[in-house]
Design a protein around this ligand. Structure first.
Ligand SMILES: [Zn+2]
Length: 325
């Protein structure tokens, strides 16, 4: 988008400012501001959410192991596994970025993705599906992901509607529990965790490389979005994190859905925060408090400095997740 376009619409100013933020944290804060204060700018946010502003974004490949990379750009972090048996991709951000993503994959020695797995259905993780499907990539996901992608969805929390994807964008192979891939001397296992961030999440474990892609079960460093209207629950998030922790050791590299590359220690700290929040919110719920009363009780005040400066403030987070506690 050129400077003239930027001047053209004052309405889109928050969105355009957002685009200019190079620092991840600042960008995330800006999203939170837009979400909390500019709900009426739906067309602008929709453009952002569907990736219409994503074409300018740079894709960066962060080496995780010899065969594994984390790709950052706009949207959820991508996991990349390269091998002589083919390239395996975990999530694919937004459609306008597909070409760049493929170019970056090739620049680190990978080939056009042979396999793609969607950790869940959200548009910032599945936006490239149609492009890749048309390019011949075989797409895998949990059953519920395919269902959501084919019927379309509405995210109440972000006032964000997404139509169903055409056939090329839909997973070709779906599974209800777990599925394993055997490539390049390693094994990659997708493990379904029920009712966590959504009702169709999988996290991905690359065994020999000792890498986990957590999908949106893990927002590293800030309160996570939990899609309670599509089966997500805080309790399920904690159970899913415990499952990942049980498979991790001190050398495990963990690619979060959002935020910087992490290790077991950071995932443990995140688990602690989720468990503390669950305990306190659960208590308020047992006392019959409404979401607003729970917010007013300020149960997460001591967590705010560490976790509340990302996507959501503690207050907003409680509003978003309370019905799923
Ligand atoms: Zn998500």
């Amino acid at each position: 988008m050129n400077k003239q376009d930027k001047k053209a619409s004052k309405d889109y100013e928050p969105i355009l400012r957002l685009q200019e933020c190079v620092n991840f944290r600042r960008r995330i804060k800006m999203i939170a501001k837009i979400l909390s204060g500019f709900y009426f700018l739906i067309p602008g946010f929709l453009l952002l959410a569907t990736g219409a502003y994503a074409a300018d974004e740079e894709i960066i490949a962060i080496p995780v192991t010899e065969q594994v990379y984390m790709l950052t750009g706009q949207g959820g972090n991508i996991g990349l596994f390269t091998s002589k048996d083919g390239t395996f991709l975990i999530d694919d951000q937004f459609a306008p970025l597909t070409e760049k993503i493929v170019a970056v994959i090739k620049s680190v020695g990978g080939s056009y993705p042979k396999f793609l797995i969607n950790t869940h259905y959200h548009g910032d993780h599945t936006g490239g599906n149609e492009n890749l499907g048309q390019g011949g990539t075989l797409i895998f996901s949990h059953d519920n992901v395919r269902e959501r992608l084919s019927t379309g969805s509405f995210l109440n929390e972000f006032n964000m509607k997404r139509p169903g994807l055409p056939r090329d964008g839909l997973p070709v192979v779906t599974f209800s529990e777990d599925i394993s891939f055997h490539l390049g001397g390693d094994s990659i296992r997708a493990i379904h965790v029920p009712h966590a961030h959504t009702d169709g999440d999988s996290f991905i474990y690359v065994k020999t490389a000792n890498v986990i892609h957590a999908g949106d079960i893990f927002f590293n460093g800030f309160y996570p979005f939990i899609d309670v209207n599509h089966g997500g629950t805080l309790k399920g998030m904690i159970i899913a994190v415990d499952k990942m922790l049980a498979m991790s050791d001190d050398n495990t590299k963990i690619i979060p859905g959002h935020g910087p590359l992490a290790d077991k220690e950071e995932l443990t700290a995140y688990r602690q925060m989720l468990a503390t929040a669950y305990e306190r919110l659960r208590k308020l719920k047992a006392e019959g408090k409404t979401a607003q009363e729970a917010v007013d009780a300020k149960p997460l005040d001591d967590l705010e400095a560490t976790w509340g400066d990302g996507l959501f403030t503690g207050d907003r987070w409680i509003e978003v997740i309370y019905s799923g506690v």
